[in-house]
Design a protein around this ligand. Structure first.
Ligand code: SF4
Length: 216
């Protein structure tokens, strides 16, 4: 089986199992998605969704966040962790959105990554999930599973993103993130991947090694 055939099978099986999935962070506007994604660093999506439910009732616009009191915002987002940096970045990010983008969230990668607290991962979440621009988001699930499945040998998220862009058709870039997250949560759980139950085992280099008792 060629590498392309293997990747096609993996993509087909992921789609059959999880379908076209949606972003796990609750949001109704692009700026809400941007703020939620900044909050999601080192935090679970479930926790972020709990916090943003009240947060977006209190701060109803980019302007509200731009004018927020740092200490108060820190308290509001405390349970997501790293609250000081996150609060500082959200305020600075929204101030720049107001000053340079008329309060709108840009879709351009360079403009997005010039905002405080916004790296390629966050920018790609917004580009893919809000603007529908093909983008690959490399989070911990995508990083781990891409290595296990033999799609990359890199550990650096940006290198992985470029590796995946080369081998995955563009129309699958948005879904691959949410599908791999779903798989990482249900079957390929970080500390105890359920390889015996996994529909990808035939195509998974890491899973086959684990089956033979090899440490990977
Ligand atoms: S075969 Fe095992 S290691 Fe590979 S994706 Fe499935 S659960 Fe993960």
């Amino acid at each position: 089986m060629t590498k392309k055939e293997k990747i096609d099978q993996i993509l087909l099986l992921l789609r059959e199992q999880y379908g076209p999935t949606r972003c796990y962070l609750d949001h109704e506007t692009p700026w809400q998605l941007l703020v939620a994604t900044i909050l999601s660093a080192q935090c679970t999506d479930d926790r972020v969704n709990i916090v943003t439910k009240d947060l977006f009732q209190k701060y109803k616009s980019v302007k509200d966040f731009a004018e927020a009191d740092l200490k108060e915002l820190e308290k509001d987002i405390h349970s997501t962790g790293f609250y000081h940096n996150k609060a500082k970045n959200i305020i600075a990010c929204c101030q720049k959105l107001l000053a340079e983008h008329n309060g709108e969230v840009p879709s351009d990668l360079e403009a997005l990554t010039s905002l405080a607290g916004v790296g390629r991962k966050t920018a790609n979440v917004v580009r893919g999930n809000w603007y529908g621009i093909p983008s690959i988001v490399v989070d911990t699930h995508v990083k781990r599973l891409s290595n296990l499945l033999g799609l990359t040998k890199n550990q650096d998220p940006v290198k992985i993103e470029f590796d995946l862009m080369k081998i995955i058709p563009e129309d699958k870039w948005i879904d691959i993130n949410t599908q791999l997250i779903a798989h990482g949560r249900k079957i390929c759980i970080a500390r105890r991947p359920k390889c015996n139950e996994c529909f990808l085992l035939t195509y998974c280099t890491g899973g086959q090694k684990l089956q033979k008792g090899k440490i990977i």
